[in-house]
Design a protein. Structure first.
Length: 478
């Protein structure tokens, strides 16, 4: 049997506790002689702390154990191996026993070859778990302290838009440019897939690779971009520089929620369209959306494609506004070409855009009315909040509360509809931007790239309304 002796002492321990490396070796040697064990080698670590396992003597012993040169390890006292219960358990279970090596601590009469020694491993495991929890708690307290001071706690995954330098978040200018562009394009109505396609063409990359919709959503929801530090969903004002303003952030988060809620209700994923005008067309009769639908095959020809009102097609129950709606179905190619021609007209002469804007000026000057409606909605929200407070205090019966909430909810819904109809006229695009997009459209059509064509259409058009043969386009520059 080849036995490894492992004596260790730090300078402070030798002065305080009075046992040196030489004294440990002497006692361990006598113990092995009494047991009839052959000493293969002495691995000593004089002057090394037992707080971690990065010690030359210990590492050399571990290497020899893995090479099957040692069959037993003997120490004078358990804490000579390590002062950490966690490290002690790791060395015994994962290094010694895993390689068929028994462990003996002379002072505690601890021997893993005996039933008592094996039972002690279980006790060690309990203390090791306690140590793990204490370490975790200390780390958590440390992270919370840093967060309260406005400092980033450090992580394997740094937020896109920042670097971690000397314990501080520092803006990465190239990533900041990309992050800001994600926010602004999304708020303007561009789908995430279209932004992804655009970024690939521009060659944009962040520290983790290429952009995709999942990454964009995570980035847009991250309050670090506003200058905050998050610790367990509690936000503290950070010392780092924000890279986006609060209004843009709130608009993006709100739009993400709207799209998410729409998907939950209808099963239709916003931004994932299979037709060039999908999601933009509305029925003037019932207020519902139009969707793509296949017609019947005729004499071996491919089935024709149509845009039809959801209420008329009855494809998705949640999207039906009026089951008796009979608004016109449009052949997809016919309506697409009509919209394409309208866009091409914008590029013929820059004054066309200006004229369209002037014609609709009376409709678009709704700033005061929009603000009045928003204030009214806030008042209703305050009334709803008061009612909920009264209910929580048991001051009003549930029947009365329900009636009042229903009435207020209906009023709020009507105001939201009116606000939406007014807001759709607010200019989101400058005349110059609209003209440039319209001029590029002809070349985009030649490429026949679905995503790029769709991106230009969405950038120019807010919505398209169908009223039988009448097609009204609401532009983003008006």
């Amino acid at each position: 049997m080849n036995v490894a002796l492992y004596p260790r002492v730090s300078t402070a321990e030798q002065a305080k506790e009075g046992y040196s490396i030489r004294e440990q070796i002497d006692r361990l040697t006598k113990y092995c002689d009494a047991m009839g064990w052959h000493i293969y080698k002495i691995y000593s670590d004089p002057g090394y702390s037992g707080a971690n396992t990065q010690r030359p003597g210990l590492q050399e012993m571990i290497k020899d154990i893995k090479l099957k040169r040692v069959s037993k390890v003997v120490v004078y006292k358990l804490d000579r191996l390590s002062r950490s219960q966690l490290d002690t358990l790791y060395l015994i279970e994962k290094v010694f026993l895993a390689n068929g090596v028994d462990f003996v601590s002379m002072s505690e009469n601890f021997d893993t070859a005996t039933p008592f020694g094996r039972a002690m491993i279980g006790i060690l495991a309990v203390f090791a778990q306690l140590e793990r929890e204490q370490i975790k708690e200390r780390m958590c307290i440390g992270k919370e302290g840093r967060a309260k001071e406005g400092l980033y706690h450090g992580s394997k995954w740094l937020p896109i838009g920042y670097d971690y330098v000397n314990g501080q978040l520092v803006v990465n200018d190239y990533e900041k440019l990309q992050v800001c562009e994600v926010y602004h394009l999304f708020v303007q109505g561009m789908p995430l897939r279209a932004i992804e396609t655009l970024f690939i063409k521009k060659g944009y990359r962040h520290k983790y690779g290429n952009w995709n919709p999942k990454t964009m959503k995570r980035v847009m929801k991250n309050k670090t971009n506003l200058g905050y530090i998050n610790h367990h969903d509690t936000f503290y004002k950070g010392q780092h520089q924000p890279i986006i303003d609060e209004d843009t952030f709130e608009q993006a988060v709100k739009l993400l929620k709207i799209r998410s809620d729409a998907f939950k209700q209808t099963g239709i994923k916003p931004g994932i369209q299979t037709s060039l005008l999908g999601g933009l067309i509305y029925c003037k009769h019932c207020g519902g959306r139009y969707t793509k639908q296949s017609g019947r095959k005729w004499k071996g020809n491919p089935a024709p494609l149509y845009y039809t009102c959801y209420s008329r097609s009855k494809k998705v129950k949640a999207m039906i506004k009026d089951p008796n709606c009979k608004n016109k179905n449009y052949k997809m190619e016919e309506l697409n070409n009509l919209v394409f021609d309208r866009i091409k007209e914008l590029a013929l002469d820059r004054s066309v855009i200006s004229e369209l804007k002037k014609e609709n000026q009376s409709d678009t000057d709704n700033t005061a009315k929009i603000q009045l409606l928003r204030n009214e909605i806030k008042k209703i929200d305050a009334q709803i909040s008061k009612l909920m407070d009264l209910y929580s205090l048991d001051n009003v019966s549930i029947d009365i509360i329900s009636q009042k909430l229903q009435s207020l909810g209906q009023s709020r819904n009507n105001l939201e509809i009116e606000l939406s109809s007014l807001s759709k006229y607010e200019s989101e695009l400058s005349e110059e931007e609209a003209y440039e997009l319209a001029c590029s459209f002809k070349e985009v059509l030649k490429k026949a790239d679905f995503n790029e064509t769709r991106m230009v259409i969405e950038s120019l058009i807010n919505r398209i309304e169908i009223d039988n043969d009448k097609v009204s386009i609401y532009w983003k520059f008006i």
